[in-house]
Write a new protein. Structure first.
Length: 309
């Protein structure tokens, strides 16, 4: 969901833009249906289209993390600089709107927790802007990559984590969080383990095995398998239309904002459902682009300050 690490050969990953946009669509469908109270038809034994969208984002993120050649600490700092400015801007607005409307009650501890991206661990059932639970998940993934690189054993740590998460998924009451971590971990290991030319094949094989687990044992592994397979196939596509690249570039900002606009549009606007939905989605896309421009400006200013020092 967040943008890829800076790389000189980004065009070879153009096929991932198709997946980013597809994942955004899946998550949007899930959240729109949930707001309208009609999401049961999109769920099969605990797996829904929204979780599939999240799994795709994680598989992309795990693979891209493996392709960065930065050291552990600079890589983590770069990722946090990408995540936090947009999160802080959106959450300030969300807390302000929530306070004005009285929609939910919250305290200073919750504000502090969600500003750090840890809300899923401290207030899982009472989040302001529920979609931000994903930030907690992403931070765990990033810390895992940081540790693996810091000890200079990314493959060993990645394989051990993947196997450990695989086992844990069959022991915990709700394995969804664990399976998402597994998806990221497998994508990361695949990218670290073999040359780039072979990653596609390895991800497709790993995805096939996960799909088998999903069919026979735990349905949530279907999401992991489909996402890993999708990334493997997408790596065989080198380019994507420009408009998809533009949409993919704001996918993180859109994810942070779309729930706010869906709630406001579907519940607050008059008129036919299709009209309200279109207004909400168009507004979310425009707001996401504006937010991206703001965060890019912040990134440039920070870069200039670091270069001066």
């Amino acid at each position: 969901m967040t943008e890829p690490e800076t790389q000189p050969s980004r065009p070879i990953f153009g096929g991932l833009d198709y997946l980013r946009v597809s994942a955004v669509v899946l998550v949007t469908i899930q959240h729109a249906a949930a707001i309208m109270g009609d999401k049961a038809w999109m769920t099969w034994r605990g797996l829904n289209v929204g979780q599939l969208g999240v799994a795709i984002f994680l598989a992309i993120s795990g693979f891209l993390a493996s392709q960065s050649r930065q050291a552990a600490w600079p890589w983590l700092v770069q990722r946090l600089r990408r995540i936090y400015p947009a999160l802080w801007i959106v959450m300030v607005i969300c807390f302000w709107l929530t306070w004005l409307s009285g929609y939910k009650q919250f305290d200073a501890y919750q504000v502090f927790s969600q500003m750090l991206g840890l809300g899923f661990f401290t207030h899982p059932d009472h989040l302001v802007n529920t979609a931000t639970w994903f930030i907690s998940l992403l931070l765990v993934c990033y810390v895992g990559v940081f540790v693996a690189r810091a000890v200079k054993a990314p493959i060993l740590m990645g394989v051990a984590s993947s196997l450990g998460l695989l086992v844990c998924a069959f022991w915990v009451p709700d394995p969804s969080f664990v399976v998402h971590l597994f998806t990221f971990s497998v994508a990361f290991v695949a990218g670290e383990m073999v040359p780039i030319a072979m990653v596609s094949r390895l991800l497709i094989v790993a995805g096939g095995l996960a799909i088998t687990l999903g069919i026979s044992l735990e349905p949530l592994f279907l999401g992991a398998g489909l996402s890993l397979t999708s990334v493997g196939l997408a790596l065989r596509v080198s380019t994507a239309p420009r408009f998809l690249g533009v949409m993919a570039d704001v996918s993180y900002e859109y994810y942070l904002l779309h729930g706010v606009f869906l709630v406001g549009g579907l519940r607050g606007l008059p008129g036919p459902l299709v009209f309200r939905l279109l207004v909400a989605l168009l507004s979310a896309v425009i707001a996401a682009k504006c937010l991206r421009l703001v965060t890019q400006r912040i990134e440039r200013r920070n870069g200039e300050r670091r270069s001066v020092k």
